[in-house]
Design a protein around this ligand. Sequence first.
Ligand SMILES: *Cc1c(COP(=O)(O)O)cnc(C)c1O
Length: 471
Amino acid sequence: MQALFRALPSADACLALLERSFPEAAHDTLLACCRGVLDDLRAAVRERRVTSPEELSLPAISGLLRASAARACAPRLRRVLNGAGVVVHTNLGRSTLAREAQEAVALAARDYCNLEFDLDSGERGSRTALVEGLICELTGAEAALVVNNNAAAVLLMLDTLCKGGEAVLSRGQLVEIGGSFRIPDVMVRSGAILREVGTTNRTHLSDYAEAINEQTRAVLWVHPSNFRVIGFHSAVSPAELAGLAHSRGLPLLEDLGSGSLLDLSPWGLRDEPAVPGVLRSGVDVVTFSGDKVLGGPQAGIIAGKKRFLDAMKKNQLLRALRCGKLTLAALEATLRLYRDPERACRSIPTLRRLTMRCEVLHARAEALLALLAPALGGLAEVRLEDGESRVGGGAFPEQGLPTELVSVRPLEMSAAALRARLLAGDPPLIGRLEHDWFQIDPRTLEDEDFPDVTRVLGEALSPRAASDHTA
Ligand SMILES: *Cc1c(COP(=O)(O)O)cnc(C)c1O
């Protein structure tokens, strides 16, 4: 064993090799890679996984060293190909931005801008005023405010309007959204006392009426987002609730979650109230996300009656929840596209994906198949099949969107092994596993992605990749 340890090259020799291959990399980063690889090899010797000195020579371990340095030098946040067919995929960054929004972000990133500077007076301005007018125009609200995300929007709303008092909420709406956002916990944080009414499956207007007392500050309505109660079930609509709340001098607050600005029912996305309709129904303040169905950057939008929004703008908590200039730039550019709904559906990727017609999906699946079939011949079977895409982001939970999947069945490995290799690809390709098939949904890929999809699949299926992996 001592002879094997002595066969290992010195850290300096390893470092010299890496410094030639990675001239731009920081010295300490490369040194850490060398030490890590040498430590792993010593462990392999102790565990008798390595038994010959030749396996430990500098040329023999140079592949390990370079792979370690390449990993250490690569950015951790990377482009991935979303073939999973979940349009608002929270784990993959939810919405990608329209070209107009990308350009606005680049401008705000590169140049100074009037983030908090009033160009009319030459005095200090307000960052919230940048998009407030646009939100009011598109939703019919009197006033609006933008914060870091919808969780922050709910927190600011409750902290401002309900702190120290009670907010009435149906037990059917005590929801947890993915990523551990729990309405009851957010309420505790805000200092509002949750007054639960009704039961999980049924809540009546009288339940709300009986719970209102002199401690009550607001009636709350939370969109159940990621689940639906079916069967013996009843809930009070926001319109009925608004009547009750207003007759008792209380505001009705709604956490809408996804928050579509357009009515998407012509595309089969029903039962999801759009923000303008929510406000027309009598809701006083509504909060929703910027990066779900809206298709913009991560943000929380608060819209509603001026006197409630004025109070939120004065809350010190806003300083901790406000969003940055890159977000505001992307949001403004995205919202501007909504002035022409047809243009919004064409230009905002999330909307374009949600409203993509079956004929288009079919043609695109055919186009991908035509690239894959010759490239993967002999390595996999490839075919088209009917399937469903998902909206994701908690919106329209039980509604699948019909799509056409491109399914790949590897001939020499399992579909699970193919999926694992694709995760190590450059860029990684995310898809769905269905029995022996790896499925790709063209809805969440761009046509320009198809050559990359073809290449990474070819690389992952090639037998050479297999031997690299076992080495
Ligand atoms: C998604 C969602 C949230 C959290 O929104 P973020 O923008 O992710 O903070 C809160 N409430 C509901 C109903 C949601 O659907």
